[in-house]
Ligand binder design. Structure first.
Ligand SMILES: Nc1ncnc2c1ncn2[C@@H]1O[C@H](COP(=O)(O)OP(=O)(O)OP(=O)(O)O)[C@@H](O)[C@H]1O
Ligand SMILES: [Mg+2]
Length: 272
């Protein structure tokens, strides 16, 4: 199992420092949360890890390999999967087809051989279909394989996005706000799902999530960003006590209120 290591990453957009000398490590077998106020640089960080952006400085390694300059496709093939903050599904295609697209990137045959219908390929295709159906059930989509992705309720589309990332059989999964916009009970279903991705599938998860009670309940480790800089890194309990974190979420000291409640309140008001 590979460690993901970001070392001294900087990323600029014109005058904006989206990431500023950022370092942290995601250990195998953990749920690692990446949190911070809106605009802190969380999605930019995901874009650097997944190869959609190349940083101005610093390096990203996965296991022994430096992946900083690799393409998104190459990084996916090395076992880093990603679900996007904004759902990026093909609305007219079925759930199954959306998942199979992610799968085809892994197959040796590819689309051409598949469309020729060679027996070996047909067999491989069937195996992949069975596997993505298993994944769809795992994320709670039940038997909705044949429905067009666009016809599903919002929460189910978020699940398809997650299932699609899982369909590439990653070793590390990047989840950007998988429970955003969901009612509380559904958020907790996603929280349980993230934990079972780690425990049942043995996949490490790097999680961006604004819901603080959820982060604190399920993360093994938390890295906190503010203005692209790392302002805290540790266990949930450690970061909740950090004065820098409290200040970043409140814009001032927390006063008599418990820090975790204060952080959660600020986050809710931001995302509502
Ligand atoms: N493609 C881009 N071009 C210009 N500026 C960008 C681009 N992407 C991000 N930024 C800027 O970089 C900073 C970090 O943005 P980013 O989207 O990474 O934040 P975030 O932590 O994911 O925020 P949110 O919680 O709102 O999703 C912001 O100031 C944003 O405006
Ligand atoms: Mg974001």
């Amino acid at each position: 199992m590979n460690v993901l290591r970001l070392q001294r990453i900087s990323l600029r957009f014109g005058g904006v420092r989206a990431l500023d000398d950022l370092s942290f490590t995601v250990e195998p077998g953990t749920v690692h949360a990446l949190i911070g106020p809106n605009g802190a640089g969380k999605s930019s960080c995901f874009n650097v890890i997944s190869g959609h952006y190349h940083p101005d400085d610093g390096s990203v390694s996965f296991g022994d390999e430096d992946i900083t300059q690799l393409s998104p496709h190459q990084i996916a093939r090395r076992g880093v999967g990603r679900a996007f903050q904004n759902i990026a599904l093909s609305a007219h295609e079925t759930v199954l087809d959306n998942l199979m697209v992610a799968r085809h990137r892994l197959t040796r045959s590819g689309f051409v051989a598949t469309s020729l219908g060679l027996p070996r390929v047909r067999h491989e295709e069937r195996r992949h279909r069975e596997r993505v159906m298993e994944i769809a059930r795992f994320v709670g989509l039940g038997e909705k394989f044949d429905r067009p992705a666009g016809a599903l309720a919002y929460g189910d589309r978020k699940r398809v996005e997650l299932a699609r990332a899982l369909s590439s059989e990653p070793e590390l999964l990047l989840l950007d706000e998988p429970a955003a916009g969901m009612p509380t009970h559904e958020k907790w279903e996603i929280a349980h799902l993230v934990v079972s991705v780690r425990d049942a599938l043995g996949i490490s998860v790097l999680l961006v999530e604004h819901d603080m009670p959820m982060v604190m309940a399920i993360a093994d480790r938390v890295t906190v960003l503010d203005f692209g800089r790392r302002i805290a890194d540790g266990t949930p309990t450690e970061v909740q006590r950090s004065p820098e974190v409290i200040a970043a979420y409140l814009g001032s000291s927390p006063g008599p209120e418990e820090p975790e409640n204060a952080a959660a309140r600020r986050t809710r008001s931001e995302t509502s």
